[in-house]
Design a protein around this ligand. Structure first.
Ligand code: SF4
Length: 471
């Protein structure tokens, strides 16, 4: 664990109150963002139940996660038969367009060779498990031992697995011709369903064909149903994923995918699709980069609707700067999200005195420092952090703050420090509406700006002995 503020940070072998979630969990959400895809956990029931529990409490939707249901025997002799039975049952019961398999700590620890199993399964797969035309569900496989990565790494691994499985051929990089109008690939990080809807609105406004991958804006946050749906509608269509090889470019939100297993990188090297990784479009500067990149790829100016929204955001910054300028915050969560929040807070004059992520990252400290262009004070920067460690480092360093910002699991930190918690990111499971929090774009930034200002105003107001007052 590293500190960027000269604060001594103890290292522990065990994690105490984790600041990250399980790797297959992220993979399952990415798979639910592909049309007709059901996630299948290769491991024990408990892993599937944990993921369902987290998904339901954040998205407030039923989420079916299948499991190969390891027993003691499978843990000793291997889970191939369990996996084949699960694939047969899931194909029969759900009639899915795709099955997204994730490994687990257990199946990885005993050395399950799932890729080899799947080759064997393909040769024996019964036609009764496919549709009348003989189309069988596509099978994606993401290797996601939780001891190797976080939920976000699992999320990106699932995207890579789906892209690799669905795109098998096409023109090589040196033979490709970009279609007119140019097609855009947008690969997102783990965002809220509302963020994905905002990305759709932005992409549609440029009137260019696009693939947004993954897309659980409907499948994990749809309208109420008259009857139970095993696989809710929505998600990126398989044909749109196949079209990604013909795009004018890929915009990839976030940097947390592994360079060797990065879907955008693979499209770039195999088909010559130019790749641009960028920070989440949160805060004016990051949003400007995002809109300018879209404008360049689509060969169109940014629609006036968004430039007006940008103007309203600047106006709000001017209105609210006296409430937030010089205040201090503690931020934590997944790497890409914390970096974007740091950049936003720096923009509005809030000093992030501590920035932490549960991910093990060589780039986190550098990215945070780069995001903090205006902050003069040193920031405590911690990767591979847990909440107990963050609390000790903050208290040990005598750091003072006005609020804590991140997902619901930070309640432990906020309570122990006696500070208000601004909930955002994932998971938000102790409030209603986590899936509807808008973080991205000028509108999402405005939403967070109001939240920061109003939280600070409320904290100040509560100290007044009189009732209602102008602040
Ligand atoms: S055992 Fe591993 S894969 Fe299963 S829920 Fe726990 S962390 Fe996730």
């Amino acid at each position: 664990m590293k500190s960027g503020a000269g604060v001594p940070v103890k290292s522990f072998v065990s994690t105490r109150n984790a600041c990250k979630l399980c790797s297959p969990l992220g993979a399952c959400f990415a798979f639910r963002g592909i049309e007709g895809c059901i996630p299948l956990i290769h491991g024990s029931q408990g892993c599937a139940t944990y993921i369902r529990r987290y998904g339901i409490s954040h998205f407030r939707e039923p989420i079916d996660i299948a499991s190969s249901n390891f027993t003691e025997a499978a843990a000793i002799f291997g889970g191939k038969d369990n996996l084949f039975t699960a694939l047969d049952n899931v194909s029969r019961a759900y009639r899915p367009a795709a099955i997204g398999i994730t490994s687990t700590c257990l199946s990885e620890t005993i050395g399950e060779d799932v890729s080899m199993y799947l080759k064997q399964y393909e040769t024996r797969r019964g036609q009764g498990l496919c549709d009348n035309a003989g189309h069988c569900p596509a099978i994606f496989y993401a290797s996601t031992p939780s001891y190797r990565g976080t939920h976000v790494e699992g999320f990106h691994e699932a995207i890579y697995a789906a892209v690799r499985a669905l795109i098998s051929d096409g023109p090589a990089a040196d033979q490709r011709r970009v279609k007119v109008p140019p097609r855009i690939n947008l690969i997102s990080g783990l965002l809220s369903a509302e963020d994905l809807r905002e990305l759709h609105a932005i992409l549609k406004s440029f009137a260019a064909p696009y693939t947004l991958l993954p897309d659980y804006s409907e499948s994990l946050d749809g309208p109420s149903w008259a009857g139970y749906q095993k696989l809710p509608a929505g998600g990126t269509k398989a044909d749109d994923i196949r079209s990604m090889k013909d795009a004018a470019g890929t915009l990839y939100l976030g940097f947390s995918s592994s360079p060797e297993r990065d879907a955008g990188q693979w499209l770039a090297s195999r088909f010559g699709v130019p790749l641009t990784h960028m920070d989440f479009p949160l805060g004016i500067e990051n949003c400007d980069v995002f809109f300018e990149s879209l404008s360049r790829l689509c060969e169109k100016p940014v629609p006036e609707f968004w430039t007006k929204q940008r103007g309203r955001l600047i106006d709000a910054y001017i209105d609210g700067h006296k409430y937030c300028n010089g205040k201090k915050a503690i931020i934590y969560g997944e790497e890409d999200f914390v970096v974007a929040i740091a950049s936003f807070l720096d923009e509005i004059g809030v000093v992030p005195v501590a920035a932490a992520t549960g991910a093990q990252s060589n780039s986190f400290a550098h990215r945070i420092r780069k995001a903090l262009k205006n902050t003069r004070q040193q920031t405590l920067i911690m990767d591979k952090a847990d909440f107990a460690g963050i609390l000790e480092a903050v208290k040990g360093g005598g750091l003072e703050a006005d609020f804590v910002m991140g997902h619901s699991k930070g309640l432990y930190l906020a309570r122990n420090l006696g500070l208000p918690l601004l909930r955002c990111g994932f998971p938000v499971h102790d409030r209603i509406g986590g899936q509807r929090i808008l973080h991205l774009g000028y509108k999402g930034t405005l939403n967070l700006f109001d939240l920061v200002c109003n939280t600070l105003m409320q904290a100040r107001q509560e100290k007044f002995s009189s009732g209602y007052t102008y602040i």
